[in-house]
Design a protein around this ligand. Structure first.
Ligand SMILES: CC1=C(CCC(=O)O)c2cc3nc(cc4[nH]c(cc5[nH]c(cc1n2)c(C)c5CCC(=O)O)c(CCC(=O)O)c4C)C(CCC(=O)O)=C3C
Ligand SMILES: [Fe+2]
Length: 329
C-alpha cells in the first residue's frame, strides 16, 4: 500500500463565468497549432452554456463523494483554470503535506491524457518551495469500478430507447480524438490510447452480456485540418450507420469521466442533432461521474502497491509551436 499523507485530485479545469472563457481557452492551446476560427467556435459552445463549463462542479461533487471513503485530506488542482495546481501545491506545502497520491480525471495513457498532467505537476512543483512529492496513480481504464459504472450507465441508456430497439441497438463508444502522431507514440510501445480504449469498450460490452455490436469512434477533433487526427468522427459514423440501416444507437463516452463540455455539447447537441436529422433513435450513456463503484475505486487505487513512474520516453510531447519571441529572431 502506498504511504501518502494526502490525495490530490488533478483535473483539466474549465471556465465558470463568461469572461473566463477566452483566457481559459488561451491556456489550453498555448504553444499548440490550433486555428483561431476553431477557438472562436469552441468559445461559442461555452457561451451557449452561460460561459460555465460543468467540469469544476463535477470535480467538487466527486471530491465530496470520495471524502467519506478515504482517510486522507483531499486537495484539488487543475491544469488550465482555477484552482491551479501551483496554488494547490503551495497550500499543501503550507499544510505540511510531504507525499501525496494524484488521482487524475483521465483514465488513459497518451500525451494529452497522461504525460501532460505529469509535466504540469512537475512544473507546478518546481515553482513551489517545499512542494510535496506527488505519485500519480495508475491508469484505471480497466478497473472494475470504472467498468461497472459504465456498464450501469450504458444499461440505463439502453433502457431509454424504444423497447423494440433495445436488443439490436449498437453501442458507439467515443473518446477524444488526438493527432495520429500522438496516438502512434502513446505509451511505452506506442498505440496505448487506442489499445486501452478498445479494451474498456470490450469490457463494458461484455458486462452488458456481450450481445451488442459496438464500435470505437472519436469526437471533439481540434487542430489544423491538414494534421491527421484519429477517425472516424462520431457524427460521420452516425451517418454511415444510418445508411447501413442500424436500428438504434447508444453513445457511450468512455473516454471521459464526467459529463463536461465535450459531452454536453459535442454529443448532446451536435451528435444528437445529427441523429435527429438521420431519423436514428439515439440515447447517450452518462459518464462515471459519482457512480458509487467509481467513487469506491479511488480508495481502492490508493490501497494498491505504488505505481512505477512512466519512463522518460513514454508518451512524448508533440513538437511545440515556436513562442513568438523565438519566431522573431
Ligand atoms: C485526450 C484528451 C482528453 C481526455 C483526457 C482528459 O480528460 O484530460 C481531453 C479532455 C478535455 N478537453 C477539454 C477541453 C479542450 N480541449 C482542447 C483541445 C485538445 N484536447 C486534446 C485532447 C484531449 N482533451 C487535444 C490533443 C487538443 C488540442 C490541443 C492540444 O494539443 O492540447 C480545447 C481547445 C479548443 C478545441 O477544442 O479545439 C479545449 C477547450 C476538457 C474540458 C471540458 C470542459 O471545459 O468541460 C477536457 C476534460
Ligand atoms: Fe481536449
Amino acid at each position: 500500500m502506498g504511504t501518502y499523507d494526502a490525495l490530490l485530485v488533478v483535473s483539466f479545469g474549465g471556465p465558470e463565468k463568461p469572461d473566463d472563457v477566452m483566457p481559459f481557452l488561451e491556456n489550453v492551446v498555448r504553444g499548440r497549432d490550433i486555428p483561431r476560427e476553431r477557438l472562436l467556435e469552441v468559445e461559442a459552445h461555452y457561451q451557449r452554456f452561460g460561459g460555465v463549463s460543468p467540469i469544476n462542479q463535477q470535480c467538487r461533487d466527486l471530491i465530496a463523494a470520495v471524502e467519506p471513503t478515504v482517510d486522507l485530506p483531499i486537495y484539488w488542482g487543475n491544469r488550465n483554470w482555477h484552482p491551479y495546481l501551483e496554488d494547490t501545491l503551495r497550500q499543501m506545502a503550507a499544510d505540511g503535506v510531504r507525499r501525496a497520491a494524484a488521482f487524475v480525471t483521465s483514465a488513459y495513457g497518451s500525451y494529452s491524457s497522461c504525460r501532460q498532467y505529469i509535466d504540469d505537476i512537475a512544473l507546478a512543483r518546481a515553482a513551489v518551495e517545499g512542494a510535496p512529492e506527488i505519485v500519480k496513480l495508475r491508469h484505471y481504464h480497466d478497473h472494475p469500478g470504472f467498468v461497472a459504472a459504465m456498464v450501469d450507465h450504458t444499461r440505463e441508456a439502453l433502457d431509454r430507447l424504444p423497447a423494440e430497439h433495445r436488443d439490436a441497438a449498437r453501442l458507439v463508444f467515443t473518446a477524444h480524438s488526438i493527432p495520429t502522431s500522438m496516438a502512434r507514440t502513446a505509451g511505452p510501445g506506442g498505440g496505448l490510447y487506442e489499445a486501452q480504449l478498445l479494451r474498456t469498450a470490450g469490457l463494458v460490452t461484455a458486462g452488458l452480456g456481450g450481445g451488442h455490436e459496438w464500435d470505437l469512434v472519436w469526437q471533439s477533433r481540434s487542430g489544423a485540418p491538414h494534421i491527421p487526427w484519429l477517425e472516424p468522427d462520431v457524427c460521420d459514423h452516425l451517418e454511415e450507420l444510418a445508411g447501413r440501416g442500424t436500428p438504434a444507437v447508444v453513445l457511450v463516452p468512455i473516454g471521459f469521466v464526467s459529463d463536461h463540455m465535450e459531452v454536453v455539447y459535442d454529443l448532446d447537441v451536435e451528435a444528437r442533432d445529427m441523429a435527429a436529422k438521420l431519423g436514428l433513435p439515439l440515447t447517450r450513456a452518462a459518464t462515471a461521474g459519482t457512480h458509487p463503484r467509481f467513487v469506491a475505486m479511488v480508495g481502492e487505487l490508493l490501497a494498491e502497491p505504488e505505481p512505477v513512474a512512466c519512463g522518460a520516453t513514454c508518451c512524448p510531447a508533440p513538437p511545440r509551436r515556436r513562442a513568438p519571441q523565438e519566431a522573431r529572431g
